[in-house]
Design a binder for this molecule. Structure first.
Ligand code: HEC
Ligand code: HEC
Length: 214
């Protein structure tokens, strides 16, 4: 009995420590209003419109349609708002985004972020791409991708930064070309445009293959 009681106190302490580790030391979202505080349960129902393309589990079956599973909710919500306002444009998504409300944006983003995170198949290994991803290229003044997107592109340092590891390669490739060419310019202060501006075609191909395999 005493042993049991001690055990449950130990369990309680562990729970408190665990909760504290996730709550007390969690990095605050860039802007609490932006991370949405959406309701993932409602979001599941509201995402009916999205599933045909992005997949019921947030994994799409078409290379040019991005996976949304495990994506940062604040990032997804920002993209939807950018499509709504026209800061980011795409024939399909510009129209679809305007058919949902601000509450639905928050709920749907929360739903997709809670799904099992997108996962690559381990392919695309490439030493040059990995080096560029991890270290950037100081000689050309290029920052390390990992500094913002985290280990394997799966641990973005801010809530509004995307998971890119395990994303479809062809989708990543198109986005990098768009950032470099200026067709996509919606990153805050142009940080992603600056990161892509000096990439060569070969580097974009290699990085996309490498990242999609993570
Ligand atoms: C008919 C297919 C289709 C439907 C339906 C659709 N999408 Fe998309 N979605 C796309 C395509 C294609 C892209 C890629 C856009 C680009 O290349 O810029 C995209 C991109 C996105 C992105 C950007 C992801 C990123 O990584 O930056 C988000 C977020 C998104 N869609 C959310 C939604 C939501 C939420 C719904 C439902 C309300 C939805 N989509 C419905 C096809 C679709
Ligand atoms: C200084 C921070 C920073 C660096 C360095 C950086 N990124 Fe990004 N990246 C971002 C942010 C922020 C976004 C989201 C922009 C937005 O709001 O649409 C982004 C978006 C992307 C996207 C689009 C993802 C999607 O789902 O549409 C890709 C692909 C990408 N980055 C790849 C890279 C690669 C490859 C490198 C290295 C060559 C890199 N990034 C370096 C911050 C960075």
């Amino acid at each position: 009995m005493i042993l049991l009681r001690n055990l449950s106190i130990a369990g309680l302490l562990a729970t408190i420590l665990f909760v504290c580790a996730t709550v007390c030391f969690a990095e605050p979202a860039d802007n609490p209003a932006q991370s949405g505080g959406g309701d993932p349960v409602t979001g599941k129902f509201e995402s009916g419109l999205c599933k045909g393309c992005h997949g019921a589990e947030g994994i799409s079956f078409v290379d040019l349609i991005p996976n949304l599973a495990g994506q940062n909710a604040a990032y997804t919500a920002k993209q939807l708002r950018d499509f709504q306002s026209g800061v980011r444009t795409h024939q399909i998504m510009s129209a679809i985004s305007r058919s949902i409300t601000a509450t639905e944006v928050a709920d749907i983003s929360a739903f997709f972020s809670g799904l099992k995170i997108m996962q690559g198949d381990g392919s695309g290994d490439n030493t040059a791409a990995e080096k560029l991803f991890r270290n950037g290229d100081p000689a050309r003044g290029m920052p390390a991708c990992m500094g913002c997107h985290g280990e394997n592109g799966k641990a973005p340092v801010k809530a509004t930064y995307p998971v890119i590891g395990g994303q479809h390669g062809e989708y990543l490739r198109v986005q990098l070309f768009h950032f470099r060419g200026g067709d996509r310019s919606n990153s805050t202060d142009g940080i992603m445009s600056k990161a892509a501006i000096k990439l060569t075609d070969d580097e974009i191909d290699a990085l996309s293959g490498y990242l999609s395999g993570r």
